[in-house]
Design a binder for this molecule. Structure first.
Ligand SMILES: Cc1cc2nc3c(=O)[nH]c(=O)nc-3n(C[C@H](O)[C@H](O)[C@H](O)COP(=O)(O)OP(=O)(O)OC[C@H]3O[C@@H](n4cnc5c(N)ncnc54)[C@H](O)[C@@H]3O)c2cc1C
Length: 492
């Protein structure tokens, strides 16, 4: 690539134009109007997750009243398809004239902080023009999500190379894939597999979901009764959004409290809901009785029970077993059973990406994020003028993005008002004797993509200021009132 050294400076650069990056841009423009900013994204357009995932039926697994922004009413069905979520984000961009601040196909590869200049210098691949450009900013706002968009995670199963059919990862769905009349195996049991099964069952000859172990699902109609009633009463969209959002949050709180206080009871209730949707005699114990406790992983919502309808129709089935090896025509299971397949879809998850796979240096020293401690899940000890948005795993991601955006905007305003140009989360004397802990405890959340990569993530201490909580109800009290000049932050 040719080098272009014409640096362009902004007060803030936001990395990522997914749901978090657009949230950050909206808050910056609204709350810090005097700050100049730029959003860059490696992809060809906005949307992040909702642009990358093009497999049939790709949709949210939480409702859009809470996954949507607090400031932009959601008017569609609670569980929404990827295209509909992108349309919604597109409206936020155009209604707020954010497009002029976004550069697509710009991938941040290196970021170097200089304490002398109080500036981040960014090396960015401008992929459309095949050149590398330098940008700089005072504050770097990372909204990079948590996984690599270019490639999904596929385990290295024995014999995979011998398989003569097609192997497809849902994250890189090929345009030319025709499943008509094909025997399809979907490996995985998470929300992606549960979405794919009903979406392709009518097209292929048969689809089998092959899972190592079962997952919890929550099944119900894809409509919100309260929203429908309010709409019939001609209540305006802003009010409906806020009322339904509060109602959904209250329901979520109830489910969370029950899951934590009485996990066996919550598990039994969830499993009974699934049992009610399946034909009599279906082996729910083997295929839909998870080995973990509810809430250790996100509970996917199955709208209108479509997964269970596909199974009941006989067009889709579930096998719970381990893979022994691939053969030329399919898979041999540990039990000895053979599964034939023309196409194997590996809904096996993500490759975790830590801070967008960017090479960071601070005054010439390489940054190893795993040696830092998280400051309230927003910033990192010893890392100046940088925050990230990392949403909730169990509740909607955007609930946290909104709270973090509000706090960071206030902190930037505090810095402007006091002529400060640098903020560094710094462990205090009383923090130094504390043993660093894994970023998130397995008890709290344990999906395999996180367990595989926990050693790469920042650490936490056993105190709220140095932790990354998953507790929305706590954070919605704490973050909006948190003083920007907290004693864990050093300004100059
Ligand atoms: C199929 C699917 C369904 C999901 N459903 C839900 C749901 O219902 N509810 C929920 O809460 N969560 C859900 N999630 C999790 C979801 O990813 C997040 O909720 C949310 O979309 C993340 O948004 P984000 O903007 O933070 O990150 P992303 O959507 O991952 O976007 C990050 C953006 O940053 C860009 N980027 C990254 N690194 C760089 C770099 N170095 N330089 C330039 N650009 C970079 C990427 O190109 C991307 O566009 C789902 C995930 C998937 C895969």
């Amino acid at each position: 690539m040719k080098d272009d050294h014409t640096a362009t400076h902004f007060d803030v650069i936001i990395v990522g134009a997914g749901i978090s990056g657009i949230d950050a841009a909206y808050h910056l423009q609204r709350d810090c109007p005097e700050r100049t900013f730029l959003v860059i994204d490696a992809l060809e357009s906005f949307g992040g997750t909702w642009l990358t995932h093009k497999y049939p039926g790709a949709r949210s697994d939480t409702d859009l009243y809470t996954f949507g922004y607090s400031f932009k009413p959601w008017t569609g069905d609670p569980i929404a398809k990827a295209e509909r979520i992108r349309d919604y984000m597109g409206e936020v961009i155009s209604e707020n004239a954010l497009d002029e601040h976004i550069k697509y196909r710009h991938r941040l590869v290196e970021a170097a902080w200089s304490s002398d200049d109080q500036t981040w210098t960014l090396r960015v691949d401008d992929e459309a023009h095949e050149r590398r450009v330098d940008l700089s900013c005072e504050f770097l706002w990372m909204c990079q999500g948590y996984y690599r968009h270019e490639v999904g995670y596929t385990p290295d199963w024995p014999g995979l190379a011998e398989f003569e059919g097609r192997v497809v990862h849902p994250q890189t769905w090929p345009d030319d894939l025709d499943l008509s009349g094909q025997e399809v195996l979907v490996i995985g049991s998470g929300a992606t597999a549960a979405t794919l099964l009903p979406a392709i069952a009518d097209t292929c000859a048969h689809v089998t979901m092959l899972q190592r172990s079962p997952t919890y699902f929550f099944s119900g109609e894809n409509r919100d009764e309260l929203a429908d009633q309010l709409r019939a009463l001609e209540v305006n969209d802003e009010w409906i959004h806020e009322i339904v959002r509060r109602n959904r949050l209250a329901q979520l709180k109830l489910l969370t409290d029950i899951s934590l206080a009485e996990p066996e009871f919550a598990a039994a209730e969830l499993i009974n809901l699934v049992r009610a949707e399946l034909p009599e005699g279906f082996d729910v114990e083997t295929h839909f009785t998870p080995r973990y406790r509810p809430w250790q992983q996100r509970i996917a919502y199955v709208p209108d029970g479509d997964l269970f309808k596909a199974i009941t129709s006989g067009k889709a089935s579930v096998v719970t077993d381990d893979i022994e090896r691939f053969s030329r025509s399919g898979i041999t299971l540990k039990s000895g059973e053979q599964l034939r397949a023309d196409v194997v879809i590996t809904a096996t998850g993500f490759e975790l990406s830590v801070l967008g796979d960017v090479h960071f240096t601070i005054d010439g020293n390489e940054l190893d994020l795993s040696e830092t401690v998280t400051y309230r899940g927003m910033m990192f000890s010893g890392v100046p003028n940088l925050c990230w948005i990392f949403g909730y795993f169990r509740a909607a991601w955007t609930l946290r993005a909104d709270l973090v955006c509000g706090y960071i905007a206030r902190m930037l305003n505090y810095m402007s008002a006091n002529n400060l140009h640098q903020v560094v989360p710094t462990l205090r004397e009383e923090d130094l004797s504390e043993a660093p802990l894994a970023w998130i405890s397995e008890e709290q959340f344990n999906p395999s993509y996180l367990r595989r990569s926990m050693h790469l993530m920042p650490k936490r201490l056993a105190k709220p200021e140095w932790g990354h909580t998953q507790d929305y109800w706590l954070e919605r009290e704490v973050l909006p009132t948190l003083a920007p000049n907290d004693d864990c932050l050093q300004f100059r």
